[in-house]
Design a protein around this ligand. Structure first.
Ligand code: ME8
Length: 496
């Protein structure tokens, strides 16, 4: 079965920060879970390089825009690698393959395009047309400055798609998640859709429009097309693959760009006769130490810096444990430090350490005994069923609840150790000890798998301790055999 997941492609006007890393890690968790479940995954990310905003940023540092784009796009690729993203494709909108895809899509929707003049307000920061009613004190509701724009432009008949979109949302109730966001989109569409200006004529940093000299594409139609460029559009030989991937595709986006993905993008796809994605998931925004991240406040969280300080997996863990996926959160040092010492070092680290170090004390050998009594059976069954409890949550991208399910098994396993007191069993009931340790190895293996999408390096360490391959969830269903284990090391050493 095929599965596709995407991140937004990021504007390259500034350096990547923790908000970009967050969206990318979210999509990575979703991609990794699907791969462990045996699906054929296409996971794409990349950079959105055209538009006024990027052109002006290059200008402000006196650089050629191509050269500027190469340098800035590389910073996003470096961030992607730094956060251990398992992407299959890093797409840049300045690539030839993308120009071809965007121009082909334009041709496919040409029947819905007409020429007129755009006269109205525009926010370069959000690369967005703004209506008069959304402007307060010369700024958009997002606080972005606006400028007056008047130019010849091609328009897409978005107004023709109002009913079709409403019908789609009704027939596909999980197309937009979380549900609260879905309701916002539906009321926006119900309130009436205006035709959308999709070309620029007073400006050149964009994809040229075939046969329409002097016009480049509006940066959003260009950017949204990246999702199908990455799948191989418009190669006719890839048509079936693209269709199948699109139907299973989850677009992870920030809440501020939901409208582009849940209204404009499906309308373009409908017009082009292409399949719509399965879902658009809108996540929330991070502030830093209680304030909006901004260069002038000096509180922008640099992923390289926090990963250097706390380690990658603790940062990945924190971002998805601290807040519900979909809601806003605050990145603070005290909060991440608390999570590291309680959840990671105490709960997870101690469990793995105390069980595996104990096995070392008893010859380093696991002697399996699956002839469980009720005590061990409960832990065993809860371990084997962990992934099937996570799966329905992951199907709705409820990353937070899914991760909490892993922590419930960690808590249950720690309680099991305390109740069973293996250090006493070693002296007075070795038969029972083997059952207790077998059940605990089962739980540690399942915990490793539950963690693997979220904290891949930590999961790998756990798998190596207990000789587990760790490539597919399926492995959880096999019995352990008698074997020697290597001595474990601390997963989350306390900082001195
Ligand atoms: O909008 N908290 O690019 P962009 C959480 N190029 N997430 C954040 C965040 C924060 N403080 N700041 C940014 C664009 N993000 C377009 C997208 S897609 C076809 C084109 C994340 O560089 C969030 O996912 O402004 C947001 O949607 C994305 O970065 C936008 O990045």
């Amino acid at each position: 079965m095929k599965f596709c997941v995407t991140t937004p492609i990021y504007y390259i006007n500034g350096d990547p920060h923790i908000g970009h890393a967050y969206a990318s890690i979210a999509a990575d968790i979703i991609a990794r879970f699907a791969r462990l479940d045996g699906l054929e995954v296409h996971f794409s990310t990349g950079t959105d390089e055209h538009g006024i905003k990027v052109a002006r940023s290059a200008e402000s540092v006196d650089m050629d825009v191509h050269e500027f784009s190469d340098i800035m796009s590389k910073k996003f690729r470096d961030m992607s690698d730094k956060i251990n993203m398992s992407y299959d494709d890093f797409i840049r909108t300045t690539e030839k393959r993308h120009e071809k895809a965007a121009q082909t899509l334009w041709k496919m929707i040409e029947k819905d395009i007409y020429c007129d003049t755009y006269a109205g307000w525009y926010s370069a920061r959000d690369e967005e047309y703004v209506t008069e009613s959304d402007i307060v004190d010369g700024k958009t509701t997002n606080g972005a400055p606006v400028e007056w724009m008047e130019e010849a432009s091609y328009f897409f008949r978005l107004s023709d798609y109002q009913d079709k979109l409403l019908d789609w949302y009704e027939k596909n109730p999980n197309f937009i998640l979380p549900t609260s966001r879905r309701n916002e989109v539906i009321s926006f569409v119900r309130s009436g859709l205006k035709d959308l200006s999709i070309s620029r004529s007073k400006f050149t940093w964009g994809i040229p429009i075939p046969h329409l000299d002097g016009h480049v594409m509006y940066v959003w139609i260009d950017a949204l097309t990246n999702y199908i460029t990455s799948l191989g559009y418009p190669d006719p030989e890839k048509a079936d693959y693209i269709a199948e991937m699109m139907k299973s595709c989850v677009h992870v986006v920030g809440k501020e760009i939901l409208r582009f993905h849940a209204v404009y993008w499906p309308a373009f796809l409908m017009s082009a006769g292409l399949p719509l994605p399965k879902r658009v998931y809108a996540h929330g925004w991070w502030t830093s130490e209680g304030q909006k991240m901004s260069k002038s406040v000096g509180n922008v969280v640099d992923p390289h810096e926090v990963i250097g300080e706390y380690g990658l997996d603790p940062v990945r863990y924190f971002l998805f444990r601290e807040i519900k996926f979909g809601e806003d959160g605050d990145f603070s040092r005290s909060a991440i430090e608390k999570r590291i010492s309680f959840d990671l070092a105490n709960d997870l680290g101690n469990l793995v350490q105390r069980v595996l170090a104990f096995i070392q004390k008893t010859d380093g050998r696991l002697v399996v005994d699956y002839d469980f009594s009720a005590d061990e059976r409960t832990l065993f069954e809860n371990s084997r069923s962990l992934v099937s409890r996570m799966r329905p949550l992951m199907d709705k991208q409820d990353l937070h609840a899914s991760l909490s399910t892993v922590w419930e098994l960690i808590a249950e396993s720690n309680k099991f150790v305390n109740d069973m007191r293996p250090w006493e069993l070693v002296k007075n009931n070795p038969k029972k000890l083997n059952k207790v340790i077998t059940a605990l190895c089962e739980s540690i293996r399942s915990i490793g798998f539950g963690l693997a999408p979220f904290m891949p390096d930590t999961a790998r360490k756990i798998f190596d301790f207990i000789n587990v391959d760790g490539k597919l969830f399926q492995e959880i269903q096999s019995d352990f055999v008698n074997q020697n284990f290597r001595a474990p090391f601390m997963l989350f050493p306390k900082k001195s």
